[in-house]
Ligand binder design. Structure first.
Ligand code: XIL
Length: 501
């Protein structure tokens, strides 16, 4: 037994030292399965997996990653059994014996073609990391992979390298200080990297947790189920995932925009069922509103007790309007509570939010009809109720759509209402990252900022949805102001040009 352990330890040691930066790693892969799957080495150096019975059965490889450090992975995959197969590059990580998973990159592998999967990843706080290549909806598929490369990214934060010259990156929050707060979304793993966070703090004075204040992170389902045995209207919450970011923000005087209380996505299905048990019937309107009250009260209380004054605003309701009809979209909130669920959600939020906290409605595609009209009608309803303070334009745009003119009209239309405004989730995808395309992206970013500046009196914040392209939720489209090395892109300089000298 001891000898076996020793061999395992040596292997772990070897695997973590056996490759250099950007080197191809084809050694020490093993099959992840209950015993049925196996790996085969081919003459061309690729590895194949067969005997799979589940989607997660896959080639896996341990990596020694450091929390907060940034890595990139790239691999080519091949399958010859079906017209197309959904492949995923994932990480399984373990903390104190509990394994959890993140999908890092998706690609559809066409029959007979080598297809690339590529992902940037900032390591979270875990004891063990296994990178693996799995499928979605193809549990028995046999496939091959080759040229797996692993690189530790050494981003240069805070200085711009142009040719032989190094200059300091201007600060967005300082440049725009007479106009609006400048913010970004930050996700959990980024918060572990001190250097990265210090750079963010130099650029931004408001941050939104990109996922970690959403119900699927905050609601503690098993603790809620225990409470429900006594009182169905109770909800239990936990904040472990968001703490690193909140602590950093607190220590550095950064404000937080909370996102989000009521949403049709990223909300555990259990929230809507008796006993928080998805095999039981749906709860009644009274119970769901009771749970929302309890949930909202506990979040507001926790934040105000631990970080008084830091959370300045909340997206109470997110994306409630349907793109096609302009009506309230179909959701459990609508079907269980009824047509007035938005009013009730804001009423509850108003009751428990500390004084002065601004309550926003947040949505995307504001530039299109019939959605725009639907959003305006919803805002009018909430204004009549006296509970909403502002509207957040998500602005997840691309190069061609919506047009600058459509964006201008949507700003004018919403600004006609007596509301505070924010751009809550700005990003702008492009088809490639060639110089000419980056210039086009810069021009559109600039045009958007030219539209925004005149609204300075009511525009509380402009927030990009992430900082560096590789960590964006739309990384395939290079949508942000900094590249993967944290170097400012043409778009960064272009938005500064909108400011008077
Ligand atoms: C996105 C996050 O950035 C991703 O990491 C997550 O996988 C999905 O959600 N509109 C919203 C945000 O309101 O919450 C979404 O964030 C992006 C679209």
């Amino acid at each position: 037994m001891k000898k076996f352990l020793l061999i395992l330890l040596c292997m772990a040691f070897l695997t973590s030292l056996s490759f250099a930066q950007g080197e191809t790693v084809m050694d020490y892969w093993y099959p992840r399965s209950m015993g049925s799957a196996s790996l085969t080495e081919y003459e061309d150096g690729s590895l194949g997996i067969q005997g799979r019975t589940m989607d997660w059965n896959s080639p896996g490889h341990d990596f020694d990653l450091i929390a907060g450090n940034q890595y990139s992975f790239k691999v080519e995959v091949f399958q010859d059994e079906q017209t197309e197969a959904q492949m995923i590059l994932s990480v399984a990580h373990t903390k104190d014996g509990t394994e959890s998973y993140e999908n890092l990159a998706f690609a559809k592998a066409k029959k007979g073609e080598w297809t690339t999967l590529e992902a940037g990843y900032v390591a979270g706080d875990f004891d063990r990391f296994v990178i693996y290549i799995e499928t979605l909806g193809a549990p028995t598929l046999a496939y091959q992979f080759r040229n797996f490369t692993f690189t530790g990214v050494e981003a240069v934060f805070g200085s711009a390298e142009t040719g032989s010259e190094t200059t300091e990156v201007p600060s967005l929050k300082e440049k725009f200080q007479d106009y609006f707060a400048f913010g970004t979304a930050v996700t959990q793993n980024e918060a572990y990297n001190r250097q990265r966070m210090d750079f963010y703090a130099s650029q931004f004075n408001i941050m939104t947790p990109g996922n970690e204040l959403k119900p699927d992170y905050v609601l503690d389902v098993s603790a809620s189920a225990k409470l429900a045995a006594e009182d169905e209207c109770q909800a239990a919450v936990h904040f472990d995932r968001v703490k690193p970011l909140l602590t950093y923000a607190w220590e550095h005087g950064i404000k937080i925009h909370g996102h989000v209380l009521v949403w049709h996505q990223q909300t555990p299905e259990a929230f809507f069922h008796e006993g928080y048990n998805i095999s039981k019937p749906l709860v009644t309107r009274e119970v769901l509103l009771g749970r929302l009250s309890s949930y909202t009260e506990k979040i507001m209380e926790y934040l105000e007790e631990n970080y008084p004054g830091m959370v300045v605003s909340w997206d109470v309701l997110n994306e409630a309007i349907d793109d096609q009809t302009g009506q309230l979209r179909d959701s459990k909130w609508l079907s269980i509570v009824g047509e007035d669920y938005p009013e009730r959600a804001y009423e509850i939020a108003r009751k428990y939010a500390p004084e002065g906290v601004q309550l926003y409605y947040n949505d995307y595609n504001t530039a299109y009809e019939p959605k725009q009209t639907g959003i305006v009608h919803l805002l009018e309803r909430l204004l009549a109720d006296g509970t909403v303070d502002g509207y957040g334009f998500q602005m997840h745009h691309d190069l061609s759509q919506p047009s600058v003119d459509q964006i201008r009209k949507s700003l004018e239309r919403i600004a006609a209402l007596p509301l505070k405004l924010r751009v809550s989730e700005l990003d702008l995808t492009i088809p490639d990252n060639q110089e000419a395309t980056l210039e086009k992206q810069a021009a559109k970013y600039k045009a958007i900022f030219e539209l925004l500046l005149p609204y300075r009196d009511r525009l509380e914040a402009v927030q990009v949805w992430g900082v560096t392209d590789d960590l964006s939720w739309r990384a395939w489209g290079y949508p942000l102001l900094f590249d993967h090395n944290a170097q400012p892109k043409p778009a960064f300089y272009a938005i500064l040009e909108t400011l008077p000298e």
